[in-house]
Design a protein around this ligand. Structure first.
Ligand code: NAD
Ligand code: SER
Length: 313
């Protein structure tokens, strides 16, 4: 097959997905791209690309004989609320440019991530199903829901093999998150280790769906490697790991770092979190292509702390 291009490769997901793709495809088969240059050298080829520039994207696809694209460039939920029109423009134009490239070039397979942010205050909060009322209240959620519709449209109308997951909040130690409502669940580990104190911007009991990065990478590659006949949803698949509230995460961290203390001072992100599900029903992903997570809250916490170089109990 042709090569794989990762767009937005220097972000929280991209930096870990790259390593997994190098392993799966070989370093010389994977092209990393981003709107900014890497701060330290990366293993394979890097190309600077602004996803808003459709001609540059198409030129890159021809230049490197690209067959598969992972488009990870986006503005996330909290940052999106600071500049809604820019978030809409980047999130939508970036996706449309990728879909159009697939319609008009040799590019034949796309991964584009959606989010739990597609749900809204009228969606069922517990075990939110694949299909239900969806009325997202953030510009990020609106762009993801519209994006899902565009993915399905290009799949049905033009036969584009586009695949998507509704990621929950992702937790990782290798790179920091880029402006989401769930970022506290990463920041808290760094602050617990450095200062034994953290202030969460959500209330103590705000439960949200989350996932540890190794499971998210595994889900992404499982979806992309699955035979085409197993991909029955072309909008985006619900995907679940585990759910917790800030106070539950704090209690888990305190098992390892008993001196750690936490305060709760909700800000504008509380309203975003309140509009999202508590937990997700991902039965379709399990049925269609065999999804199964491996990390829970305890295992994730232990692994995060161990990798951030702290002694565990
Ligand atoms: P991130 O903000 O960490 O990374 C995004 C990357 O895109 C950055 O490296 C940035 O430099 C790059 N970028 C920004 N504008 C660009 C442009 N115009 N052209 C090319 N690159 C550009 O985001 P992430 O957390 O890695 O998320 C990746 C995708 O996954 C996004 O679509 C996001 O909505 C989705 N997602 C993430 C999470 C999560 O918890 N991290 C959850 C649900 C969905
Ligand atoms: N982690 C993401 C965010 O909070 C969910 O899509 O924006």
């Amino acid at each position: 097959m042709g090569k794989t291009l990762v767009i937005g490769a220097l972000g929280q997901i991209g930096s870990e997905l790259l390593d997994a793709l190098y392993e799966l495809r070989g370093v010389d088969q994977v092209i990393a791209s981003d709107i900014r240059f890497p701060s330290s050298p990366i293993k394979g080829t890097f190309e600077k690309l602004d996803i808003m520039d459709r001609e540059a994207l198409i030129a890159l696809i021809h230049q490197h004989d690209i067959e598969e694209v992972y488009n990870l460039a986006a503005i996330l939920s909290a940052k999106g609320e600071k500049n809604p029109l820019f978030a809409w423009e980047l999130n939508m134009t970036g996706l449309i440019n990728t879909l159009e490239a697939a319609r008009t070039t040799s590019l034949s397979r796309i991964f584009w991530p959606s989010s739990i942010a597609v749900f809204g205050p009228n969606s069922p909060r517990d075990m939110t199903p694949q299909f239900c009322p969806m009325d997202p209240s953030t510009v990020y959620g609106i762009s993801k829901l519209a994006g899902e519709r565009w993915c399905e449209y290009y799949a049905l109308k033009y036969g584009v093999d586009v695949r998507s997951l509704r990621y929950p909040g992702l937790i990782s130690y290798k790179s920091l998150p880029g402006g989401g409502t769930t970022d506290y669940a990463v920041d808290i580990f760094h602050e617990a280790i450095k200062h034994a104190q953290y202030t969460v911007y959500l209330s103590a009991d705000t439960s949200l769906p989350m996932m540890y990065m190794p499971d998210a990478i595994n889900a992404t590659l499982s979806l992309m490697e699955a035979p085409v006949e197993q991909i029955k949803l072309r909008s985006s698949y619900n995907l679940a790991g585990f759910s917790f509230s800030p106070s539950e995460l704090v209690a888990e961290i305190q098992q390892h770092l008993p001196a750690f203390t936490c305060d709760y001072v909700p800000d504008f992100r509380q309203a975003i979190a309140d509009s999202w599900p508590d937990s997700i029903d991902d039965a379709r992903a399990r049925e269609d292509w065999g999804w199964k997570p491996t990390f829970d809250l305890a295992k994730m916490t232990q692994d995060m702390l161990a990798n951030l170089k702290v002694g565990t109990v």
